[in-house]
Unconditional design. Sequence first.
Length: 225
Amino acid sequence: MPQKENKMNQKLNILRAGVLGANDGIVSTAGIVIGVAGATSNTATILISGLAGLVSGALAMGGGEYVSVSTQKDTEKAIIEEEKIQHRDNYEEEVDELAQIYRENGLSEELSKKVAVELMKKDSIAAHASAELGVNPDEYVNPWYAAFSSMISFSIGAVLPLLSIVLLPVSIRVTFTVVAVLLALALTGYVSAYLGGALKRPAVIRTMIVGVLTMVITYTVGHMI
C-alpha cells in the first residue's frame, strides 16, 4: 500500500474512532440523565449524575484505548524484531517473499524482483514491514494520543444530553433531550458509515434504535424507583 494511501487510511480510522467515541458519550450519558430524570425532577441531582457519568465514561474510554493501543504497539514492535532476525538469517528468502507480494499485486516477475531488491537495499525492514504487515517501524501507534482523543470525543458527545436535560424546563426537558439525542445519533451514525464506506441508512437506524432502547430502559428503571 502506498505511503500516502496508508496515512490517509490512518487519518480516516482516527476520525471514525472519534465519531464512535462521541456516539458512546451521547448514548451513555443520555441513558444516565434520562434514567435519573425518571426518578427525580431535581436538576442538581440530574446534573451531578450526568457529570459523574461523563467523567467516569471519559476516563474509562481513555483507559481502554490506552491499554488496547499499547498492546497493539507492543505487538508491532515484536513483529519488527522478528523481521530483523529473519532478514539477518534468511535475507534472500525475504527478498523472494517481498517479490512474491508484488507479483500478487499485479507486477511482472522480473519487475517484482527488481522492486524488491531495490527497496530492500534502501531499508529492508521498512520495505517488508510495510508491504507484508502494514506496519511502519518509524511510526508506531501512540497510546497516549489514542487515549486523549477518545476521552475528548466521548466528553464532546456527552455534553449534548447533559446540557439539554439541565437547561430546559422540567415539563419538556425529557422529550426535547430525547429528540436532540436521536438527531445527534443519526448524525454520528451517518458520518461513521460514510467514513467506513458502509450503507448509511442501516447505520443510522441501528444507532438510533440503540439510543431509543437505552433511554427507554433507563427512564423506566428510574421511574420505578
